[in-house]
Design a protein around this ligand. Structure first.
Ligand SMILES: *Cc1c(COP(=O)(O)O)cnc(C)c1O
Length: 353
């Protein structure tokens, strides 16, 4: 069975280094667990590293961590109307952008005799979630009428859908909005959550951080890279995750297929390049297991293509034995798919737990 090897000490190290880096700047961290399917051991490593919250987009992942005994403040990154009751019962804080949904949260919070905390997300140009800045004041006014909801902060999310870079302009806009909301409604916004792993570059730019006092970090903790240029961040470990698969065929073959060319299994006509006879390795891993474009092979291997259950690699004429293993690093999409795949075993490789 293919497996993903997870070095928890490296995840803890990254969380700790980032917590110690951002703490003195007045920025608290939410460790984002969604790319790991809410893996409780990974959440625990993040918490031991010093993150103050665990945030996930899926309530099922949060339930998984809670049943495994993880105790921290849980934040839901994506709130759906139909899940309002589950949200109130399972989550301390949720991110929200729709009044109808918040009304439902208030309804269930009343029913379960609790106060549900929310962070209101503001649209600052990336065009995923967010209340438009021009609507924010009215929106907050309406939410303040709901007795079982507490607004604990505002936030924004950039560089996800529209690919908009967090910069001095949009970050100081968020700060100004926090100031003006506090002034207008005489409330305290404890959390001003500036964004995700794409905010690293901005936070290092030497520009004023303003009111931003929280970041929600997934990829930066897990893979050690910021997400604007996918540059490694100094001191962070880049190899917490390795995907391992078995070689099931290793033969020298021509690099051009023969016979009449038609569509392949995925409806594509592939153009091949003639590189002469090459040693090719086939591994027991395919598109049903993982997002193949998210795999980063060791330097001597090159992915030539894949089908549902096989990946074909050029081995640079190195003779892999049948039954031997090849190793990949993963990008975010690769990590997300591997952690979600029922066919890939999750194996913790350091025994620090
Ligand atoms: C996924 C997500 C994050 C974390 O993003 P990374 O790029 O992994 O740091 C933060 N905030 C929200 C709202 C998200 O959906």
């Amino acid at each position: 069975m293919p497996r993903i090897e997870i070095a928890l000490s490296k995840i803890r190290h990254n969380a700790q280094l980032l917590s110690e880096h951002y703490g003195p700047k007045g920025i608290s961290l939410m460790g984002v667990s969604k790319a790991t399917l809410g893996n409780p051991d990974i959440a625990k490593a993040m918490i031991e590293g010093g993150v103050s919250f665990i945030a996930d987009s899926r309530i099922e992942n949060i339930q998984r961590m809670k049943s495994a005994g993880i105790t921290t403040q849980f934040v839901l990154l994506r709130t759906a109307l139909s899940q309002a009751e589950m949200v109130v019962r399972n989550v301390d804080i949720s991110l929200n952008t729709e009044l109808e949904t918040i009304k439902q949260l208030s309804h269930y919070a009343k029913m379960h005799d609790t106060l549900h905390q929310i962070i209101i997300m503001v649209e600052l140009g990336d065009l995923r979630e967010g209340v438009l800045p021009c609507d924010l004041s009215q929106f907050i006014k309406a939410v303040l009428d709901l007795p079982h909801i507490k607004i604990i902060g505002i936030g924004c999310n950039l560089a996800c859908y529209g690919g908009i870079r967090p910069d001095n302009k949009n970050m100081s806009n968020l700060s100004k909005l926090a100031d003006s909301i506090e002034k207008e409604f005489q409330i305290n916004l404890e959390i001003v959550s500036g964004g995700n792993s794409a905010n690293y570059e901005w936070s290092e730019s030497g520009k004023k951080l303003g009111r931003i006092n929280n970041l929600r970090l997934g990829e930066l903790i897990l893979l050690g890279c910021e997400t604007i240029n996918r540059k490694a961040v100094p001191g962070l470990n880049l190899s917490a995750f390795n995907l391992i698969a078995e070689v099931i065929e290793s033969k020298e073959k021509p690099s051009l297929p023969w016979g009449e060319v038609c569509q392949n299994a995925f409806g594509k006509v592939i153009i091949f390049q003639d590189r002469g006879i090459r040693r090719r390795v086939v591994i027991a891993l395919g598109r049903q297991d993982v997002l193949v474009s998210g795999l980063i092979p060791d330097k001597d291997l090159e992915i030539l293509g894949s089908s549902s259950d096989h990946i074909i690699l050029d081995s640079n004429n190195y003779d892999y034995q049948i039954g031997s293993e090849v190793k990949f690093k993963l990008d975010y999409g690769g990590l997300l798919s591997a952690m979600t795949s029922p066919f890939i075993a999750k194996q913790m490789v350091d025994n620090y737990l």
